[in-house]
Ligand binder design. Structure first.
Ligand code: PEP
Ligand code: MG
Length: 556
């Protein structure tokens, strides 16, 4: 019997493949008394160590480059003699799971205390610990399942670091029970081009290895797919092939040029974006270069990471956003994980109040990398709320030798007061993900609030229109670099509201350009006006779709 699960489609694409369900995280053991037969328990620990070592080595052989080296190093940790011997010694006081758990905890704490490179290995020790304890429990290994054949990954939600390691060759679709459409899981899935659904309630009930059909456009997962689903996949593949050839520039039907740029997180993504026809980078999420770091990267490391992004382009510009740490993207050297309400806390530009010098050193690194290229490098601050903050940022950027600075409009106050903020800087870029979360007071990570966390909400569109109009009055550009720009129908509305450029995951460029081509600026403006008159997000969406027949033709 086929079962259907609905969620929010966040990356279009259709596939049929077996499901692999991500196991829940391994929890701390409940301590038991010391075993009657310590030798038998010691044998179980040695066997678990050998099995995890072998499993990780086997996985290392299936990948190349950094992933291969990391897996090999982690495999070695699994049979680290000190770790295993110390755990076995503890069997005089406690059970095997607790012994392994606590010894690894101590080791991780010692590595943390050493700082720098060693501190970063602490996470690897904790990963090995989870694998050893899962083995001892007879539970599946934690983390993204490994499989020789392509599969649909089903999970509750993924940490950004897990999503970043997804291999689109093996994970052909991602379906999460939790998560919101603006969550970083969705953003990273889009940048990897993996069809994805979030907020699919109940989907964790799908049994491992069940064949499933996934439609990332409509947000549906169906088990036991048949010929109907195979036909839908074929239609999608035809449309995808048709959209394969975008090389820019993007012109509306009347010849109006709308620069389409890319959102990237590192040099690899920047090169892919250049190949996909992006007119530069509208958002370099610098925190994505350092998500796995416990300590501040050095100026040299940062310079190198940014230079790799700049080198991907011969012309065009790259907008570097300074570190946007906090809330769902914590960076231990910048953010306080104890904050009761991190989305409203010291995040984004605000971290410069507390972590003195980090922003200055980052700007220095950007300026150094900019000296190595002839392209235009612009800098942009996240989470700006006031004109004073914009002024401060512009001052720091210019002191670092970076004359063109801008700000993100993500906080409602910045949209309302865009004119005074734009008087301090050269440009603004609207971050619709956060702007939506703050306008609607709806956590972007919560699947249960997805209908509120929707940039189609007329209140959000109205604020975007206000910010764009204030930019036009000052003749300063106001772009959009939130996920809204990657939605081809919404892109038409944004342009109609006066937004001057769009930045998105490179894979969204062809579809957005293809749809924008079918409207004139005047038609886009009329369409945008209709959305402002809509009562609900759904009404706005339906009205716009009705005016854009190209969406159905392309299966979008
Ligand atoms: C946004 O908020 O829209 C944005 C682009 O920034 P991020 O998604 O990285 O918070
Ligand atoms: Mg943001």
């Amino acid at each position: 019997m086929s079962a259907e699960f609905s969620g929010i489609g966040v990356v279009p694409g259709r596939v049929v493949a077996p499901a692999r369900v991500m196991p829940p995280p391994v929890t701390a053991p409940v301590e038991q008394p010391a075993p009657q037969d310590p030798e038998a328990e010691a044998t179980r620990i040695r066997e678990a160590s050998a099995a995890v070592h072998a499993e990780l080595l086997e996985r290392a052989e299936t990948v190349t480059g950094d992933a291969h080296d990391v897996l090999k190093a982690t495999a070695l940790m699994a049979k680290d003699p000190t770790l295993i011997k110390t755990a076995i010694k503890r069997l005089t006081d406690t059970d095997a799971e607790t012994a392994v758990w606590t010894v690894a905890e101590d080791t991780a704490a010692q590595l943390e205390a050493l700082g720098g490179y060693m501190a970063e290995r602490a996470a690897d020790v904790l990963d090995v610990r989870a694998r050893l304890v899962a083995r001892l429990r007879g539970a599946p290994a934690p983390g993204i399942p490994h499989s020789e054949e392509p599969f649909v990954l089903i999970a509750d939600d993924l940490a950004p670091a897990d999503t970043a390691t997804l291999d689109p060759e093996s994970v052909v679709a991602l379906v999460c029970a939790a998560g919101g459409p603006q969550s970083h899981t969705a953003i990273l899935a889009r940048s990897l081009g993996i069809p994805a659904i979030v907020a699919a309630a109940g989907v964790l009930d799908v049994a491992d290895h069940t064949p499933v059909f996934v439609d990332g456009g409509t947000g549906v997962l169906r088990t036991e797919p048949g010929t109907d689903e195979a036909d839908l996949v074929a239609v999608w593949q035809d449309a995808a092939a048709r959209l394969h050839t975008y090389s820019g520039p993007c012109l509306l039907g009347d010849g109006t040029r709308i620069p389409l740029r890319a959102n990237v997180g590192d040099g690899d993504q920047a090169r892919a974006a250049a190949e996909a026809g992006a007119e530069g980078v509208g958002l370099l999420r610098t925190e994505f270069c350092f998500l796995d770091r416990d300590t501040e990267p050095s100026v040299d490391e940062q310079t190198d990471a940014y230079a790799q992004v700049f080198a991907a382009f011969d012309d065009h510009k790259v907008v570097v956003r300074t570190l946007d740490a906090g809330a769902d993207k914590p960076l231990p050297f910048l953010t306080d994980t104890q904050e009761p309400n991190p989305a409203l806390g010291v995040r984004g530009f605000r971290t410069s109040r507390r972590a003195v010098g980090v922003l200055e050193r980052q700007l220095e690194a950007i300026a150094r990398a900019a000296e190595q290229t002839s392209i235009d490098v612009h800098v942009m601050a996240p989470m700006i709320s006031t004109a004073e903050e914009a002024e401060q940022f512009a001052g720091l950027a210019s002191a670092a030798g970076l004359p063109v600075s801008g700000v993100m409009v993500e906080v409602p106050s910045a949209a309302l007061r865009a004119e005074s903020i734009l008087s301090e800087v050269e440009f603004a870029s609207i971050g619709t993900n956060d702007l939506t979360q703050y306008v609607m007071a709806s956590d972007r990570m919560l699947g249960g609030l997805a209908e509120l966390s929707d940039p189609w909400q007329p209140a959000v569109l109205e604020l975007i229109g206000m910010a764009a109009a204030q930019g036009q009055a000052l003749k300063k550009s106001v772009g959009v670099c939130g996920e809204a720009a990657a939605d081809p129908a919404l892109a038409v509305v944004l342009v109609g509201l006066g937004v001057t450029s769009l930045s998105m995951a490179a894979r969204a460029l062809p579809a957005v350009a293809e749809v924008l081509r079918t409207v004139t600026l005047d038609q886009a403006q009329q369409t945008a006006k209709l959305t402002l008159g809509a009562r609900t997000a759904q009404e706005a969406k339906t009205t716009v779709r009705g005016r854009l027949p190209v969406l159905d033709e392309l299966g979008l």
